[in-house]
Write a protein that binds this ligand. Structure first.
Ligand code: ATP
Length: 299
């Protein structure tokens, strides 16, 4: 059973369709990068999952509980930070945590210290939050959302404003949580920051999911960039057409899948172009993403 299953989620605001049949799933230990440009529908999706916004149609289940029928049971296994962490600046980190813990019966000091250690704030937990860096506030926010031991953690744009060190700490923390079986949904418009630690990616564009893949699958099934060195690049460009880009008299660039590059090479040979080199350049997640979106830059 998936920790989170979103199926055909639709949402209109006024006459505007904000979400169009959004579907994806998160399993135990998954870190899913929920990627899209500003206004693509990430926050709206997250708010629907958390019951903060009503959906028009579709189904959302958390640990098998339908949020429309069993909201309390469903939401009891979720921790979330939407927009920015809900922390009080004038309180210490510990006071913030104690306040959150008081909402749950059966949480004790040891439960609080467990999450403090998990996010690595044990040395600063008695300092006022106003003295914390943004990265520390973010980690305190995560600690707060982890107090009830959630199976699903949802973080809306948690890397916003973090410096590279803060991102590194967040990455280490999320990998640790995923290893313990927590499913994580992390939204962002910055692919390069998430590429190194998410195992799944779900891309949303104008309210529609355009791809849901594992990261390795996304890189292998999409087109690759090939660099070709030939004796006459402008002749080769005419033979290959628009899919090739002329770099100089001898060099071209071409986006193609494996079948496509084989056909292009055949075509060049038939037209007596001498091929000196074909180099496959591996795509970053961002480039893979752009080729899937038909060349349209989404973020
Ligand atoms: P961002 O990265 O900017 O947070 P997002 O992907 O989270 O973007 P959403 O906040 O979900 O996008 O917004 C999706 C679309 O819904 C946008 O076009 C936004 O203008 C629109 N929208 C969201 N809330 C409202 C509202 N209350 N009234 C009208 N339109 C809204």
């Amino acid at each position: 059973m998936s920790i989170l299953q979103v199926t055909n989620l639709c949402k209109k605001i006024g006459k505007k369709e904000i979400l169009k049949n959004v579907s994806f799933a998160i399993e135990k230990g998954d870190i899913l990068a929920f990627i899209g440009a500003n206004g693509a529908g990430k926050t709206t999706t997250i708010k629907c999952i958390l019951g903060l916004q009503k959906m028009d149609s579709g189904t959302i289940t958390i640990n098998g509980y339908d949020i429309k029928k069993d909201f309390v049971k469903a939401i009891s296994s979720v921790g979330a930070i939407v927009e920015s962490p809900d922390v009080y600046q004038y309180l210490t980190g510990m006071e913030n945590l104690e306040m959150q813990a008081s909402f749950y019966k059966d949480t004790n000091f040891e439960d609080i210290m467990r999450v403090v250690r998990l996010v690595g704030l044990e040395n600063r937990i008695y300092d006022k939050v106003s003295k914390y860096s943004l990265g520390m506030k973010q980690r305190l926010g995560i600690a707060i959302s982890l107090i009830n031991n959630p199976d699903l953690l949802i973080l809306d744009e948690p890397t916003n404003g973090l410096d590279p060190e803060g991102i590194k700490e967040l990455r280490e923390l999320l990998l640790k949580l995923a290893k313990n079986g927590t499913g994580i949904l992390i939204s962002s418009h910055n692919l390069s920051e998430l590429e190194s630690f998410c195992n799944k990616v779900c891309i949303i564009q104008k309210g529609k999911i355009i791809t849901e893949n594992s990261i390795t699958e996304l890189k292998t099934t999409s087109e690759n960039k090939y660099h070709l060195k030939v004796d006459n690049a402008s002749h080769a460009r005419k033979v290959l057409g628009k899919k090739a880009t002329l770099l100089d008299d001898y060099n071209l660039e071409l986006f193609a899948d494996e079948e496509g590059i084989a056909q292009s090479i055949n075509l060049l040979v038939e037209h007596h172009v001498k091929i000196y080199e074909v180099i496959k350049e591996s795509l970053s997640l961002e480039e893979a993403f752009i080729t899937i979106a038909g060349g349209e830059k989404i973020v």
